[in-house]
Design a protein around this ligand. Structure first.
Ligand code: UD1
Ligand code: M6R
Length: 365
């Protein structure tokens, strides 16, 4: 039921303080985490030579968002695979690998075929899904349910943020045997407990995102630049805009800007730059300066109070978001982009919950 909302996508965006709370319920202790579905397998995972994430669409993006923190805490190389590409290449997978399959529905054909492939190669196969009893949950050796509640809108929103949180908790569990990262782990556990409140705070940008959508109504195309923890935010924000607002949009790694995309910049093409505070902040400041120098039409997402540091001199539109721990910032930063995609779609009069040509669960190849 949609309750007071006009669309499921809108309801699911606004539900995120609650869905994240249920995702974390029973899994956070004061200084440690508990994942019932992984505890008997943590040793094997810690000894694996490589962790491979496999997924499609938004689920792939969620794994990409959580990858830096998993690499940091585990010290294990973490690689990313789009399920269809892994199958096309028959990429090598070994017994010493841990393959983590991420899927909201647990029924995506490409992801399930990649799972069969990894199982036949002897890897430990871990599932991360929202659907209890799904094929993914049944066929993996172990896994974690994200417990975000049923997601109906074809555009995945609350499942994305819950997937990031679950993979972050998984990283905390894998890294739990290390003394050197203990204080880092404790600070992330504290930030996880505060996260639903911060999500409530960022949802207050709803009207502002509606205004922004109005100003972008006529655009033909939208670029989104991110890096580090928020490279995934750029990909996922652009995916939302193309999928529901039926508008061309590309998420790009800001570090690649000079290697091609910069040629597209002019006074008309809107560009969102994600420049919240983290270790990549100064690089993003210089990206903004370079885009200003080329008179780009900039929309900068920054941490609250950072307007002057990101946009001195030039003109740009700002989206100010609450600051949280660096590895959790993608959970906050995607929300204004989900709202933007939603409002653009409604303004343009398209079907929000059932975009043309798409299905919620892609069960054929
Ligand atoms: C489980 C219960 C939960 C209960 C909690 C209390 C279920 C589904 N979950 O949650 O209701 O409140 O104990 O301690 O009954 N699994 C896979 N592949 C996947 C996902 C999960 O094999 O893709 C497996 C897990 O390894 C685990 C089981 O399914 O054996 C349940 O996973 P999960 O719900 O995440 O476990 P808990 O959080 O412990
Ligand atoms: O159910 P899954 O998470 O496996 O679905 C994967 C993709 O089909 C899905 O995320 C798709 O990209 C969404 N419609 C994005 O909003």
């Amino acid at each position: 039921k949609k309750g007071n909302y006009d669309h499921f996508m809108q309801k699911e965006i606004h539900e995120q303080p609650h869905s994240l709370t249920t995702t974390m319920r029973g899994r956070l202790r004061d200084k440690s985490v508990v994942l019932g579905g992984l505890k008997d397998h943590l040793k094997t995972i810690r000894h694996s030579r490589r962790i491979i994430f496999v997924g499609c669409g938004t689920s792939y993006n969620a794994a990409l968002a959580a990858r830096p923190f998993l690499e940091e805490l585990s010290g294990i190389p973490v690689t990313m695979e789009l399920a269809s590409d892994l199958l096309d290449r028959k990429g090598p997978i070994y017994r010493e690998d841990t393959a983590v399959f991420v899927s909201q529905s647990g029924e995506t054909a490409d992801t399930l075929l990649a799972l069969e492939y990894a199982l036949s190669n002897g890897a430990l196969c871990v599932g991360i899904t929202n659907t209890v009893g799904s094929t993914l949950a049944r066929k993996t050796h172990c896994g974690v349910h994200i417990n975000a509640g049923c997601e109906i809108g074809v555009a995945s929103t609350k499942a994305y943020t819950s997937q990031i949180v679950v993979i972050t908790i998984m990283a905390l569990a894998i890294g739990a045997d290390s003394i050197s990262t203990q204080s880092r782990r404790e600070s992330i556990i504290n930030s996880l407990s505060d996260l639903p409140d911060k999500v409530r705070e960022v949802l207050r940008l709803d009207n502002e995102m509606k205004d922004l959508a109005e100003s972008l109504m006529q655009m033909q195309s939208l670029l989104v630049f991110g890096r580090g923890y928020n490279y995934a935010t750029a990909l996922e924000g652009a995916l939302k805009v193309k999928e529901v607002a039926l508008t061309h949009s590309e998420g790009m790694l800001a570090g690649e800007m000079k290697h091609g995309p910069l040629a597209l910049v002019d006074e008309t093409l809107p560009i969102i730059v994600i420049a919240t505070r983290d270790a990549c902040f100064s690089q993003q400041q210089s990206v903004i300066q370079q885009l200003h120098a080329r008179k780009g039409r900039l929309i900068v997402m920054c941490s609250s109070g950072d307007a002057a540091s990101v946009c001195s001199g030039g003109s740009c539109r700002l989206i100010e978001v609450p600051l949280v721990a660096d590895c959790l910032q993608p959970v906050i930063n995607i929300i204004p982009l989900q709202l933007l995609a939603y409002h653009l779609t409604v303004l343009r009069g398209y079907d929000v919950d059932q975009p043309r040509n798409l299905a919620k669960s892609v069960t054929t190849q």
